[in-house]
Design a binder for this molecule. Structure first.
Ligand SMILES: CC(C)(COP(=O)(O)OP(=O)(O)OC[C@H]1O[C@@H](n2cnc3c(N)ncnc32)[C@H](O)[C@@H]1OP(=O)(O)O)[C@@H](O)C(=O)NCCC(=O)NCCS
Length: 160
């Protein structure tokens, strides 16, 4: 599996990954994903020169995952999100995407990379801890889901 910077023509495949992982409930994005609007926003980010950046994970058959960082409200702090299709997990792709995001964050002068993760997402938390991320806090009942339920979320971050 290989990681490379995303190109505009990857947007539709990236949205397909996002929509599939959203169905599983591991990410904040909920189904149904507005695929056209999401692809348009991805293309805008890819074509923009700013600190936001996107990467894709490919296996022999095409895009199986992606990661992205964008500016948070705090200057110098970038926020990370990532998702890989279920069939492509556990083969080092998550670690490779995370490496690309960390390298980019350092290169663009950020001092910190942060993320939010559901407290029961043991696989993702294990990856982040092994890559030097630390727990910064718990946002209790922070996310209101479409069904009205409230979900708590962990804040994790790594200093750069
Ligand atoms: C989280 C995610 C990106 C990780 O990618 P991945 O390809 O599965 O992870 P990798 O194969 O690179 O494994 C990296 C590390 O994750 C941890 N890990 C992987 N699979 C695991 C499992 N089944 N249980 C516990 N930890 C696991 C290990 O620490 C592993 O390191 P090691 O292989 O050196 O032991 C991926 O599983 C995913 O897309 N999950 C659904 C969406 C999601 O949770 N996104 C993140 C939201 S914050």
């Amino acid at each position: 599996m290989t990681v490379r910077e995303a190109r505009s023509e990857d947007a539709d495949a990236m949205v397909r990954v996002l929509a599939a992982v959203a169905e599983e409930g591991w990410i904040a994005t909920e189904p149904p994903v507005d695929t056209q609007a999401r692809a348009r926003r991805l293309r805008e980010t890819i074509e923009d020169e700013g600190p936001a950046a996107l990467w894709v994970l490919e296996d022999g058959g095409g895009v199986v995952g992606s990661a992205g960082v964008h500016e948070s409200r705090a200057p110098g702090v970038l926020s990370l999100g990532m998702a890989i299709l279920a069939r492509a997990r556990g083969s080092g792709g998550g670690r490779a995407l995370l490496g690309a995001a960390l390298e980019h964050a350092r290169c663009c002068g950020a001092h910190k990379l942060e993320l939010e993760v559901w407290p029961d997402n043991a696989r993702a938390i294990a990856l982040y801890v092994s890559a030097g991320f630390e727990l910064e806090g718990l946002r209790r009942d922070h996310c209101r889901r479409r069904d009205g339920s409230l979900r708590s979320v962990l804040i994790m971050a790594r200093m750069l």
